[in-house]
Design a protein around this ligand. Sequence first.
Ligand code: PEP
Ligand code: MN
Length: 342
Amino acid sequence: MLVVMQAHATEEQVREVCKRIESFGLKAHPIPGSMRTAIGITGNSGAVDIGTLESLPGVVECIPVSKPYKLVSRDAKEEDTIIRIPAPAGEVSIGGQAIVMIAGPCAVESEAQAMAIAEQVAGAGVRLFRGGAYKPRTSPYSFQGMGEQGLKILAKVRGRFGLGIVTEAIDNESLDLVEEYADVIQIGARNMQNFSLLKRAGRARKPVLLKRGMSATLDEFLMAAEYILSEGNYSVILCERGVRTFADHSRNTLDLTIIPAVKKRSHLPILVDPSHGTGRRHKVLPLSRAAVAVGADGLLVEVHHEPDKALSDGMQSILPGEFQLLAEEVRQIAAVVHRTVN
Ligand code: PEP
Ligand code: MN
C-alpha cells in the first residue's frame, strides 16, 4: 500500500500519517520525491484502514500496490534514486547522469598488490576501488581472503589515494567489520537470498551493492533489494553479474536485457559487472561498451597488475593498461547516450 501526499503537504502532516500507520502495527516508509512525498507501508497491509488514512490532512489517496515489491518500485518513487558516496577525495554519485567506474582486484592479496593496482586505476580516473577481504569461494581449499587484515589494507588505499572502498560482506559477522571500513557494502551473488544478511544490510548505515544471484529472476532480484529497503536502508545499488545458462563459451551469460527491465520497474541504480559476467579477459571490454550503451549506471571491473599470479579470478582480470583503454572507450560511448563518466 502507498499513501500519496499532496504536493504541498507539510512535514508535520507526513509525520502524522506515519504515526497512524505505525499505530496499526505496520511500518511506514516516507519516500520524498521531487513532486510529492509517498509513504510506503510494509507489514500485513490488509490491516490498514484506508478510510482513516485518506481522511488525514495532506493525504491525496491510498493506492494498493499489486507488485510483490513496493519500496524499490517506481510506483513508490518516480524519479531515479541517486546514491551519494562520501569518498575521501570527494563525493561520488551513483544513479545520476554520470556513469560510475568501480575497479580493483577480485581479492586483496597483500598491501603491495592492492597499492599497485589502486595507483593505476586512480590514475585512470577511478574514484571507487573494489577488492574483497572476505571471498565466497566454491572450494573450501581456495584462497578465502585476508579478512580484517585485508580491510586494513583497504583503509590504507582509501587514505593514500582518496578512493572510496567497495568490499564484500559474506555473513553477519563480516558485515559488522565491513560496515566500519567500507564506503559501500557488497553483497555477493551467492548471498542474494541470504535473508538474514539482507536484513542486517538493511540496518547498516552504508550503501549496499547487491549483486544478482546466478539464477535469480528479475522479481527475485528486486525482492532481495526490497528486504534491504524494508529495514530502512534506501541506498541500494543493483548489479548484474551474469547468470547460469547452457552457454559454455563464457563463465556466465551477462544478461544486459535486465538493465532496461529494471529501469522500467525500479528507481534504483543498476551497474554491470562484465568480469564475472563473462569470466574471460578478452570479453570485458566489448561487454563494458555494451553495458554503457544499454543504459547501465556504471561498471564494476576486476583489474590486476599480475593477473597470472592472482589468487582469485585472474582469467577475467584485465591489466591496468587495458582498463585505461576501457575507461576511454566508455567515456566516448557515454557521450553518445548523453551521459558523462564519474
Ligand atoms: C566479486 O565481486 O568478487 C564476487 C565474488 O562476485 P559475485 O558475487 O558476483 O560472484
Ligand atoms: Mn571475483
